[in-house]
Design a protein. Structure first.
Length: 367
């Protein structure tokens, strides 16, 4: 007999899925299984089955579910003085096999850990307790977290073994799904850097830094910050002009996401070099590509940040473009008053390119 929790809840007998029913019966089965051969009190089952309080015939309904489960489980399901107990060996439950493998991998050498972790992750068939009622969400969360930990350990071990390409393949999907999880992002950045994709590594760091600041109001932790510094100090660091030219070329080809990556890397470089002019150039171009893809809120944030750097900049370059981008973003967001003000300021700036000035007048009616 095999119990599967790492995906849709299933019971297999002789390799064949046994019908269990869904809904409340799944709640009872999972609760008994995860108790690990310990008795579960009736009140605990009532609380999970009826969070708002049990109905008058709750005990009868529970007995009905237990009777149906006994048809599939036989004498494994026992009635105890304090409640009910389901006897299952740890090897019969995929979640328990996964946890044991994870514990083993934590203390194993990298080569052994890679094989153990891959076998453990192969047990997953989808989200933990997939399709189960909402009452079990609290049970699923720790297993999902353990799955991410296994992925992190696998990626880090692959990088240390000199197999960063495999690490990128393992980490990219989970990192995209969990953009605020630094312990997942860090080995992916290291793997990208180790495969020679320095620009992508720096771009991922900048996106993570922005996401942490916007969502949580915090900066990256010491480990991610140290890795970022290591990459920036590398001899292969591209020249600012190369980054800007490549970003502009990509934007002209309509490859705006790749262009944004170059400009985010340029901004990170400007911060590292304490060069506000370089940072403002990056922000101005980030605003422009955000406008190209119709993301006017992001465009406004980048343009505001670019304009705010003005008092620190040595030259007036890019200020007019930043104001023009801000005007377009404000207009698109339904704020015509501020849009006209920023447009007028941009048009008064001698460095505003003529084609940009003409476009701004056409869009906003500036003079």
């Amino acid at each position: 007999m095999e119990f599967r929790l790492l995906g849709r809840v299933e019971l297999l007998r002789d390799g064949v899925v046994a019908p269990l029913g869904r809904g409340q019966r799944t709640v009872v089965l999972v609760t008994l299984l995860l108790a690990g051969n310990r008795s579960v009190p009736v009140d605990r089952l009532f609380d999970l089955l009826w969070p708002a309080g049990p109905p008058r015939h709750a005990r009868t309904v529970l007995h009905g579910h237990l009777s149906a489960l006994r048809g599939a489980l036989g004498d494994r399901l026992e009635t105890q003085p304090s409640g009910y107990l389901l006897r299952a060996a740890p090897d019969e439950v995929d979640a328990f096999r996964f946890r044991r493998a994870l514990d083993t991998a934590r203390a194993a050498p990298d080569e052994a850990a890679v094989g153990t972790l891959r076998a453990a992750l192969a047990l997953w068939r989808g989200p933990a307790l997939q399709g189960a009622p909402d009452q079990l969400a609290g049970f699923a969360a720790p297993w999902e977290d353990a799955r991410l930990e296994a992925t992190e350990l696998l990626g880090a071990a692959l990088v240390r073994l000199g197999r960063p390409g495999e690490a990128v393949a393992e980490l990219s999907g989970p990192a995209a799904a969990h953009p605020l999880r630094e312990t997942l992002i860090e080995p992916l950045i290291a793997a990208l850097y180790a495969t020679g994709r320095q620009a992508d590594a720096l771009d991922l760091h900048e996106r993570t830094r922005s996401a942490l600041a916007e969502s949580l109001g915090v900066d990256p932790g010491p480990a991610l910050t140290a890795l970022h510094g290591t990459i920036l100090r590398a001899e292969r660091l591209p020249a600012p002009g190369t980054l800007r030219d490549r970003g502009l070329a990509l934007a002209a080809e309509g490859r705006v996401e790749e262009a944004a990556g170059c400009f985010r890397q340029l901004r990170a470089l400007g911060r590292q070099l304490a060069d506000p002019d370089l940072e403002r150039a990056a922000l101005t171009n980030l605003a422009a590509v955000a406008i190209d893809r119709g993301d006017y809120r992001s465009a406004r944030r980048s343009a505001v940040a670019a304009v705010a750097l003005g008092h620190r900049c040595r030259s007036d370059a890019d200020r007019a473009l930043a104001l023009a981008n801000l005007a377009v973003a404000e207009q698109a967001l339904g704020r015509p008053g501020p849009a006209r003000g920023y447009a007028a300021a941009a048009l008064r700036t001698p460095t505003l390119p003529t084609p940009v000035a003409e476009s701004l007048r056409a869009q906003l009616g500036g003079r």
